[in-house]
Design a protein around this ligand. Structure first.
Ligand code: GLU
Length: 410
């Protein structure tokens, strides 16, 4: 099953439970607009490379399209469509005044020089810039894109249109970026977990957490979880895993990764193969890498009680069925990975008001919004006896459908 089809299945379940009218189902089960472009990059050796790029605008009923841009060799239109749909449900669930979109370029950025990466970022903005704008489509970082890339894209846009920091979020602080944006996805996921842990009557100290993927979201999540008193006992990246049942020090693991290129070989734990991490006995597994990391063919290894989705679409529907059958709780990505876009919204709000907020204010608002959404999902899941994912989708889909109806459908 393709990634988009899987996520469309989550929507369709919701459409059924909510009794959505047929035309609404038709509108919300496909993207509104898709753009495929050539990203032409002059390379350092004088050659020209042409990479396929995409921007999918899934739904804009509740506000400007919103979502990140990823640079990755596996990017396909189907995958970007899947993430654009997820962004639509994510922004609706968190009640942000945005729709959902996503962009990507099929390229391995690790093979590019810094100058080539800058040209790639600028050329991508050049190719999709006519769709972008503070009231139209607001891009942001995602896999392999960071504040630096956002800064170049912002500059490229501004050269033509003038100073508009609110056309893109996750910018460097010097260009109107927000304090707290870098840590936001990890922090938001932790706030969500913390609220659930309280609900289940667990203690932080006894909750053993394993983090799969040590990029921006995974590394912030692990460091903050450790600070908050959780026991982080396993961490992996694409090259290997490190495990210590007594607890790891995630900030030291990060220092090791920065030095050696991987978490593997960290002195404070035992090194395993990357895919062995899923089988580690823990309470919570946090997939924070790429999509479909928990699938039918590896789900049987999992021994945890909870999966907290910090990546987008990390658990396939087949794997989720197996997990649910075994009584494992899956906290859905549109809730637990929403911290990034929440602080993107706070950045956009600061930019549109020409303000700058203190980091504590940003973190407090993030915590407030993540807690409210988590509580709404828990309440709905209990009231209607549905899973957390079903409850989250039902809240989100109902909001988008209501906005579509209020606008007169077009
Ligand atoms: N890329 C992040 C996500 O998937 C953030 C998107 C944004 O801030 O717009 O949620």
């Amino acid at each position: 099953m393709g990634a988009f089809e899987a996520v469309r299945g989550f929507f369709q379940g919701s459409a059924e439970r909510l009794g959505l009218e047929p035309e609404m189902r038709e509108m919300l089960s496909r993207p509104y607009r898709e753009l495929a472009v050539q990203v032409r990059v002059p390379m350092d050796d004088g050659s020209l490379a042409v990479f396929p790029g995409y921007r999918v605008q899934y739904n804009g009923a509740r506000g400007p399209y919103k979502g990140g841009v990823r640079f990755h060799p596996q990017v396909t239109l189907d995958e970007i469509r899947c993430f654009a749909a997820l962004m639509t449900w994510k922004t609706a669930l968190l009640d942000l005044p945005f729709g959902g979109g996503k962009g990507g370029v099929r390229v391995d950025p690790k093979l590019l020089s810094e100058a080539e990466l800058e040209r790639l970022s600028r050329r991508f903005m050049h190719a999709v810039g006519h769709l972008v704008g503070p009231t139209r489509d607001v891009m942001a970082p995602d896999v392999n894109t960071d504040a630096r890339v956002m800064g170049w894209m912002f500059d490229q846009y501004s050269r033509h249109v003038g100073w508009h920091p609110e056309i893109i979020t996750g910018k460097p602080l010097a260009l109107g970026g927000s304090l707290g944006r870098d840590a936001a996805t990890g922090r938001g996921a932790l706030v969500c977990l913390d609220r659930l842990v309280r609900e289940w009557g667990w203690s932080r100290e006894e909750t053993r957490v394993v983090v799969q993927g040590f990029g921006n979201a995974g590394s912030w999540f692990a460091r903050l979880a450790d600070e908050w008193g959780y026991r982080v006992i396993g961490i992996s990246d694409s090259k290997g895993a490190v495990v210590n049942p007594g607890g790891l020090e995630p900030h030291m693991v990060l220092a090791h990764k920065r030095e050696t290129g991987s978490v593997a070989g960290f002195y404070g734990g035992e090194t395993l193969e990357a895919d062995e991490l899923l089988g580690v006995e823990a309470d919570v597994i946090v997939p924070a890498a790429l999509e479909e990391s928990i699938r039918a063919d590896n789900v049987d290894r999992i021994r945890a009680k909870v999966i907290l989705e910090v990546a987008n679409y990390p658990v396939t529907p087949e794997a989720e069925q197996v997990l649910l059958g075994r009584g494992v709780t899956v906290v859905p990505d549109i809730l637990s990975s929403a911290g990034g876009v929440v602080v993107s919204y706070l950045e956009w709000a600061q930019n549109t008001q020409h303000e700058r907020w203190r980091e504590q204010e940003v973190n407090d608002r993030l915590a407030e919004m993540m807690t409210a959404a988590t509580e709404a999902v828990i309440t709905r899941s209990e009231r209607y006896e549905v899973t957390l994912r079903e409850a989250a989708y039902d809240i989100a889909v109902a909001r988008v459908a209501e906005a579509e109806r209020a606008r007169g459908y077009w």
